[in-house]
Design a protein around this ligand. Structure first.
Ligand SMILES: [Cu+2]
Length: 280
């Protein structure tokens, strides 16, 4: 994921924010570990870009459907008539506007009527971060979106698209952080405060845990809870998670309910070793 602008910069910016998203159906997006996926995307990537806004902003999103079928856009950060989320036909643009009053980390995703589930699971999802207006302490800020792929790779490692039966049964092939099977380590230092803006696309509850640390505090938006070993984020939700690096070492972010996917790279290592992360 590209680096975030972060809370302080985003909230210091204009109070009106506009985003353009292009719906692009790909033939094969690199996932790492020799695998690729015929994903449907916002802006050619999974997850879509992190949309950073600040509490009280007026937010406008233009969704340009450059695909071959109808797509839409639904952000959990808005309180508007659900029919405004689409779908919208190929070659057309859907425009949504709302003021965002409630801070938090919100899922956004395609809205395509009865087939919405298949569209979300094909890659049309991402995080909209509504930063609290009051300043947060300086921290390493990162967006993490947990998602999954539903389909078997062929001999070339290509999963051509979402298997509708497996998607219906929530039967994923593997889960991923930020659309990658091989996330590069995040370089940190002992004492650093890390703030994660986490969205769980699903399936199931993400049991978010940092091996070797614990969350100092977690927020769903306005209120904070303290000292948490593992935090449950249901599918379709998000949370702000803060922890610090207690000493030199390696601190992997994992989903404790999906440790079976560790061999597929479902870990994001925060590396505070003196020598630095091993390049891969
Ligand atoms: Cu769609």
């Amino acid at each position: 994921m590209p680096p975030l602008a972060g809370q302080q910069k985003t909230c210091a910016g204009p109070h009106e924010k506009t985003f353009d998203l292009n719906v692009i159906e790909t033939k094969g997006l690199d996932l790492g570990m020799g695998l690729s996926f015929g994903a449907w995307t916002y802006n050619g990537r999974i997850p879509g870009p992190a949309l950073e806004v600040c509490q009280g902003d007026v937010v406008t999103v233009h969704v340009h459907n450059k695909g071959t079928i109808s797509h839409g856009f639904d952000t959990h950060a808005f309180r508007i008539d659900s029919r405004k989320y689409g779908p919208t036909a190929p070659g057309t643009t859907l425009t949504l506007t709302s003021t965002v009053e409630t801070p938090g980390v919100y899922m956004y995703h395609c809205s395509a009527g009865p087939v919405t589930d298949l569209h979300i699971k094909s890659g049309l999802h991402g995080a909209m971060i509504v930063y609290p207006r009051d300043p947060l302490p300086p921290a390493r800020e990162l967006a993490v979106v947990e998602d999954a792929v539903y389909g078997k790779p062929d001999a070339q490692g290509l999963i051509p698209g979402t298997d509708p039966g497996r998607s219906q049964r929530n039967d994923e092939e593997f889960s991923m952080f930020n659309g990658r099977l091989d996330n590069a380590p995040v370089r940190v230092s002992p004492g650093d405060l890390v703030r994660l803006y986490f969205v769980n696309v699903g399936p199931g509850v993400a049991s978010v845990h940092v091996v070797g640390s614990m969350f100092d505090r977690v927020s769903l938006g306005s209120t904070w809870v303290h000292d948490i070993q593992t935090y449950g984020v249901p599918a379709g939700s998000g949370a702000i998670l803060e922890f610090h690096i207690p000493e030199a070492g390696v601190f992997p972010l994992v989903d404790h309910d999906k440790l079976a996917y560790l061999p597929y790279g479902l870990a994001l290592n925060f590396d505070a070793t003196a020598s630095g992360p091993t390049p891969r």
